[in-house]
Design a binder for this molecule. Structure first.
Ligand SMILES: Nc1nc2c(ncn2[C@@H]2O[C@H](COP(=O)(O)OP(=O)(O)OP(=O)(O)O)[C@@H](O)[C@H]2O)c(=O)[nH]1
Ligand SMILES: [Mg+2]
Length: 279
């Protein structure tokens, strides 16, 4: 078989739905999603093979921090641009239910400088009428050279196949980078740590989830139906420990139970999860 590939970077403001879209395309959850900002921090690759073509989607961190200069933003920015650099084409995703025109044009201007091919997809169209988007689509196409526009809903699975069919036209002869059954570049331990981070984003407020790091230190199949997992939360500031523990340990208990449930729904096995807090 003559194999082909295409590398696509998913770029867009935080909360546009990039991770939701990549999970939809891959058909499994590989990237965590949350309504808080800057959920994705590393570049995660999602792989979808269609016949002879391998499509590689780079889920990048949300791009609303381009002007910030703190160290966290710098790290995210670096991961974003390396994702863009490695790709053949940019899929710019817009939250159609809350468009900030000024921001959108600034962003398009920036990515246009890369000289890469760009397609624009308006996501969350389950929340608005498509025809409301026509003026903005006209304005964008007057100013930029966009290959194509799409209106989709990652959550409701609308319009995704149209994008995939379109992207197939841009694939070029090449060896596949990943084996047929691989769906992501990240391993189980990374994904487990991400699931814990997703849980922390849900239960904790504001800055805490961004100021801790997580390691999954142990992943052991105890039997065909049981998995034992150990995770460590490394806390930089002591005051956060009290908050994560909660009254008589009630918060960490909730977090552990919720995370265990998430892991169970992915691995379809009984999970024995242990979480340790380290300051
Ligand atoms: N109604 C609706 N909500 C959506 C859709 N796609 C994503 N969302 C929601 O939008 C929120 C953000 O989704 P994410 O996939 O985490 O967004 P992201 O672009 O990866 O965000 P960052 O990682 O922070 O850059 C989540 O609460 C999703 O459930 C959609 O098509 N319709
Ligand atoms: Mg994301």
């Amino acid at each position: 078989m003559k194999t082909k590939k295409l590398r696509i970077s998913l770029v867009g403001r935080t909360n546009a739905g990039k991770s939701t879209l990549i999970n939809r395309i891959v058909g499994e959850k590989i990237s965590i999603q949350n309504k808080k900002i800057n959920t994705t921090q590393d570049t995660i690759i999602g792989i979808r093979n269609i016949k002879e073509s391998q499509l590689l989607f780079y889920d990048t961190p949300g791009s609303n921090f381009l002007k910030n200069l703190d160290s966290q933003s710098k790290k995210l920015k670096k991961n974003l641009w390396s994702g863009i650099d490695e790709s053949d084409l940019i899929l710019y995703l817009v939250d159609a239910s809350s468009i900030n025109t000024k921001f959108l044009f600034e962003q398009l201007e920036k990515i246009n400088e890369t000289k890469k091919k760009i397609i624009v997809a308006f996501n969350k169209t389950d929340l608005i009428l498509n025809k409301k988007l026509l003026p903005i689509i006209n304005k964008i196409s007057n100013q930029f050279n966009i290959e194509s526009f799409f209106t989709i809903s990652a959550k409701k699975n609308i319009g995704i196949d149209d994008i995939l069919n379109f992207l197939k036209k841009y694939t070029y002869p090449s060896k596949w980078e990943y084996l047929n059954d691989e769906i992501t570049n990240k391993d189980d331990k990374f994904f487990l740590s991400e699931l814990l981070r997703e849980t922390l984003l849900t239960y904790l407020h504001k800055e805490i989830p961004y100021n801790i790091s997580i390691r999954t230190t142990n992943f052991k199949e105890l039997s065909k139906s049981d998995i034992k997992i150990k995770q460590k939360i490394l806390i930089q500031e002591k005051r956060y420990k009290k908050i994560i523990l909660g009254k008589k340990g009630s918060m960490i208990k909730k977090i552990r139970e919720e995370c265990q449930k998430k892991i169970k729904s992915v691995f379809k096995k009984k999970i024995h999860l242990y979480i340790e807090l380290i300051t």
